[in-house]
Design a protein around this ligand. Structure first.
Ligand SMILES: Cc1ncc(COP(=O)(O)O)c(C=O)c1O
Length: 426
């Protein structure tokens, strides 16, 4: 199934679509890398590293100034006191992933958070010790689950159960995920899937998977690295036990920026859950009494370990504000149309030149299309870069292109595919 929109393969159509785009003004809120001729590049790599909001420098500068002015007293006297700084991002993070504020916190980085969540939610027993993952999950996730299995004394070759596409297919079928859960759910301690696979761009049915996994008694977590700021997420209603994400991709938080964590409200008091503890997870009212006994905060905040990096949080605030102004519903509506336009244009290139390996149904994907070209993909990436178009490459032969609805335009998409058409003609 393809998209239901009416598109045209002309520059004029792309320009009109941009003029009618209610989110068009947000493009001006970002710095674009420049192409060799000095013009802004066509940036289609927001699924890898999002662009810098123009306001980020001011937000960071404010904290640098307050640090210079107040020193340690900035914890209380900065314009945004550092003691509570991370709370400035909580409501917005909750809106981004469809959660209640008590269910989210911005902290650490993705793989660190994944380990912290597995400490609490991967509790293997002799009868139920497996972790169900996507075959070809992002390597860091593979290392994390394998090392957790080993940490608990299991051989990852026995403990890790991988979902694989059918012979000759690129992506997983919903019915195969559910059938695996039906068959093996009783031995699975944790289901851990991405919300969008980094390589194929396939988006999963979080609600359906959670329901089926819970019915079998498994815990469920999602890696939203490619879902946060991309899909319209409803984590609270979908009901997974936890989720983790990073904020340097669609969320534009900057290189190595902080991650986020969702812990479902049903675990807000962490009853019966072991977890690793640190002073920032301790009750705020008594934290500075420096007592020896940990008294955890309610909700996701209770999983915090350390006082957070304020400069990085400041940069992220700048981006979160733009997301709040745009709203995820409007962003997702534009994204479906923008990626649909990319698909429409790619389908008009000479037969055999490029194959889209991402699912065709909009609800099974986010912004990204994964592309397989005839010939050398890395050479193609270089030629695109020479033409002022930034995508990225992932082994073995995939070029990923992700028009981000916050700053990409229909004209960007048109220019990208027009450049490809020039390559196709040789
Ligand atoms: C799906 C996925 N998981 C994990 C990671 C690793 O993230 P981090 O380096 O922030 O731990 C990435 C990074 O791109 C990713 O895409």
């Amino acid at each position: 199934m393809t998209t239901q929109y009416t598109f045209e393969d002309t520059e004029d159509f792309a320009r009109r679509a941009d003029a009618e785009d209610p989110l068009r003004a947000f493009r001006e809120s970002f710095h674009f890398p420049l192409a060799a001729d000095g013009s802004p590049a066509v940036y289609l790599a927001g699924n890898s590293l999002g662009l810098q909001p123009r306001s980020a420098a001011r937000y960071v500068q404010e904290e640098l100034e307050d640090w210079a002015r107040f020193g340690v007293e900035g914890h209380h006297h900065a314009r945004h006191p550092w003691l509570h700084y991370h709370e400035l991002l909580t409501q917005q993070a909750a809106r981004l992933v469809g959660a209640q504020p008590v269910e989210v916190v911005v902290m650490n980085t993705l793989t660190v958070n994944l380990h912290l969540m597995m400490v609490s939610f991967y509790r293997p027993t002799r009868e139920r010790f497996k972790i169900l993952v996507e075959g070809g999950a992002f390597p860091s996730d593979q290392y994390a689950v394998a090392s957790q299995a080993r940490f608990h004394g299991y051989d990852p070759r026995e403990a890790i159960l991988e979902l694989k596409p059918r012979e000759g297919e690129q992506t997983l079928r919903d019915e195969d995920i559910l059938a695996t859960l039906d068959r093996h759910g009783h031995e699975v301690a944790l289901v851990l899937l991405g919300s969008v696979n980094y390589l194929t761009g396939q988006a999963f049915d979080l609600a359906g998977i959670t329901r089926a996994a819970h019915a079998k008694g498994c815990r469920v977590g999602f890696d939203l690295a490619h879902g946060a700021g991309n899909l319209r997420l409803r984590l609270h209603d979908d009901g997974p036990d936890f989720a983790v994400w990073c904020s340097y991709k669609y969320l534009n938080g900057g290189p190595g920026s902080l991650g986020g964590v969702f812990v479902h409200e049903r675990h807000a008091r962490a009853q019966g859950l072991p977890r690793f503890e640190g002073w920032w997870g301790h009750d705020k009212r008594t934290r500075f009494q420096m007592g020896p006994r940990f008294d955890g905060l309610e909700g996701a905040e209770g999983w915090q370990l350390s006082n957070p990096p304020i400069l990085q949080l400041a940069a992220l605030r700048a981006s979160f504000e733009l997301f709040d102004q745009a709203g995820m519903d409007a962003l997702r509506a534009k994204s479906e149309r923008l990626t649909g336009y990319l698909e429409f244009l790619l389908d008009r290139l000479p037969p055999g030149f490029v194959r889209i390996t991402t699912p065709r149904a909009p609800k099974q994907r986010g912004a990204q299309l994964s592309l397989r070209f005839q010939g050398d993909a890395q050479a193609m990436l270089k030629r695109l870069s020479d033409a002022g178009i930034i995508c990225d490459f992932r082994q073995p032969d995939i070029i990923r292109a992700a028009p981000a609805p916050l700053y990409n335009s229909f004209s960007d998409v048109h220019r990208f595919v027009r450049t490809l058409a020039g390559q196709a003609r040789g």
